[in-house]
Design a protein around this ligand. Structure first.
Ligand code: ATP
Length: 576
């Protein structure tokens, strides 16, 4: 039973374009910590990986595409397809992946053991206005019609979709693959639109088939062949007529592109809806070709390309939603072992037959390659030898092509140095930024220190104030206690005074007649100095008068006494 494997989905956001989007506002934030894309701080989507505007082609390859190519080299089918609005970087990203995958495949072969043999072939075609066109039909004598001939889709007995008469080229190294890609790119349908100066007007599919045989030395018939197929699909971009400003041919292309992309969306919707049994693969050529990659036998990666500009918000949201939905598709990839259409085994058998024929002709045993063949002693038919040479040239032996590998590595070194250069520049920029930040932090720390000092001083003041507060509270409490004591003492003395008053009142009531009392009250006055009640003119009564009287008698006898000062003084007092 094949294990289920979800379609992997990554998102790449390209930078704002200098010429077309210089006044645009960027509304996309890429968060590589939680692999999410934030749109206008309102919507957030999460994927297997996200790549921001600064991401390098190498990052995309190593973190997402490399895994698919590794699987292809083990014998799985692998598909990488780039999806997104027109002008968002699908062709840019696909090209980066393609070149790196070429080196990766041949690097793997050169590192393999010598009992591994490989056959690598490639094809390149496009779907233009629902016509499948071979991009590698080359030849001087061919006219436009032959080159533009529309190819037919065919289903094999086991349900696989193949393209009839599509050319496949056996390749022996990275350069062969690059040549094929360049030749195909020349034939691709590109056009100028308002949103992209070189807009792909077709979906292109570059396929590399890697067949691997591990030779069983004891029993060659038991050697197993694995066939991994790698499809790299650069989809044409969805577009709005109003934005791209297309008319005529461009408009017809755009409606075909949009139609096939809609079919793709419908297939994905059906694949992710558990209630749907029928998947509408047959609606378009694109979906028929992708039937194995989506919901079938393939390890698949979708690279959703988006732009950061606010003016493309609607299209960006639609791409992100499409990408989120695609994440839920489950494939069932298996290693393609001993596939009937493996050419490698056929080639090996043919080589063996030819070798036997040669041995018959020569009467010698020819080894598994031509190193023992000496052309000067040539007695066998040339035709046979050419056939054998041609066949053997197609089969690559693991660990071989070391010179080429060295060249390849040299190229990789140059590429890596360029990348390193870019990284160094970035590092310098980052260093500068870091220094600036550090200076800012130091400045902040300075103000922080003065703030700290201010806080210490304020704390000191606060402590002092708190001390005062505590003291005042204690004083207040003491005063309260004192006040309470005083109050109770006062209350005691009031009570005593009241008792005395009551006694006095009772004495007065019982022993002093009312008219006498009225007279006393009338003549009584309060002396503020002594704090006592006194009777008016008391100084002139009783004993107070006696001493003065003796003195006055003497004066009286001598006729000097002035009685007016005594008696008239009573006359002056109002006793009524
Ligand atoms: N990550 C990137 N960094 C820098 N420039 C980029 C990036 N991605 C795309 N570009 C530039 O953006 C422009 C459009 O890119 P590209 O042609 O790859 O878009 P596309 O999605 O394939 O468009 P279409 O669907 O119209 O074919 C090109 O000039 C390309 O160089």
């Amino acid at each position: 039973m094949a294990k289920e494997d979800n379609v992997r989905v990554v998102v790449r956001c390209r930078p704002l374009l200098n010429d077309l989007e210089q006044n645009e506002e960027a509304i996309i934030q890429i968060n590589s910590t939680n692999q999410s894309v934030q749109v206008s701080s309102s919507r957030q989507f999460t994927y297997d990986f996200v790549f921001g505007p600064d991401s390098l082609q190498d990052d995309i390859y190593s973190k997402s595409a490399k895994h698919i190519v590794d699987c292809v080299l083990q014998g799985y089918n692998g598909t990488i397809f780039a999806y997104g609005q027109t002008g968002t970087g699908k062709t840019y990203t696909s090209s980066g992946i393609m070149e790196r995958s070429f080196s990766h495949i041949f690097d793997h072969i050169s590192k393999s053991a010598t009992d591994h043999k490989f056959l690598v072939r490639a094809s390149f075609y496009e779907i233009y206005n629902e016509d499948i066109r071979d991009l590698l039909v080359m030849g001087k004598g061919l006219n436009v019609n032959q080159r533009m001939k529309s190819l037919k889709l065919k289903e094999t007995k086991d349900g696989a979709v193949v393209i009839k008469d599509l050319s496949h080229f056996v390749v022996n190294n990275v350069e062969d693959l690059k040549r094929l890609k360049a030749a195909g790119d020349k034939q691709r349908a590109f056009g100028v639109t308002r949103m992209n100066q070189r807009s792909s007007r077709s979906h292109t599919i570059f396929t590399i088939t890697v067949e691997t045989i591990v030779n069983n030395a004891n029993d060659p018939a038991k050697s197993s062949v694995r066939v991994g197929k790698f499809h790299l699909i650069d989809l044409a971009g969805s577009e709005r007529q109003a934005k791209t400003g297309t008319t005529g041919t461009r408009l017809k292309e755009a409606s075909n592109i949009n139609l096939s992309l809609t079919s793709l969306s419908l297939v994905i919707a059906a694949l992710t809806d558990p209630k749907t049994k029928f998947i509408p693969y047959r609606n378009s050529k694109l979906t028929r070709i992708l039937s194995d990659s989506l919901g079938g036998n393939s390890k698949t990666l979708l690279i959703a390309c988006i732009g950061p500009a606010k003016c493309n918000l609607e299209e960006t949201m639609s791409t992100l939603r499409f990408a989120s939905q695609t994440k839920n598709i489950k494939n069932k990839p298996i290693i393609n072992e001993d596939s009937k259409d493996a050419l490698l085994r056929k080639f090996q058998e043919q080589v063996r037959d030819l070798q036997l024929q040669l041995a018959d002709e020569e009467g010698i045993s020819v080894k598994s390659n031509l190193s023992h063949y000496n052309p000067s002693k040539q007695t066998v038919p040339q035709e046979l030898m050419d056939k054998l040479c041609a066949l053997e040239a197609k089969i690559i032996v693991g660990g071989e092509n070391l010179i080429e590998k060295a060249e390849l590595q040299e190229k990789l070194i140059v590429e890596s140095e360029q990348e390193l250069q870019i990284r160094r520049q970035k590092e310098t920029e980052l260093q500068r930024e870091l220094e600036q930040r550090q200076a800012e932090i130091l400045e902040m720390e300075d103000s922080y220190t003065s703030l700290q000092e201010e806080i210490v001083a304020l704390n000191r003041k606060l402590k002092k104030a708190y001390g005062f507060l505590k003291e005042s509270r204690a004083e207040y409490d003491d005063m309260n206690v004192e006040h309470e004591t005083l109050r109770s003492e006062l209350l005691d003395s009031i009570r005593t005074a009241e008792k005395e008053i009551k006694l006095t009142n009772a004495l007065i009531e019982y022993y002093v007649p009312d008219d006498e009392l009225a007279l006393i009250e009338h003549n009584a006055q309060f002396n503020q100095l002594t704090g006592d009640w006194e009777l008016k003119c008391i100084a002139y009564t009783g004993n107070n008068m006696k001493a003065d009287f003796e003195l006055q008698q003497h004066e009286f006898q001598q006729g000097l006494f002035d009685s007016d000062s005594i008696y008239l003084s009573y006359n002056n007092v109002d006793l009524s």
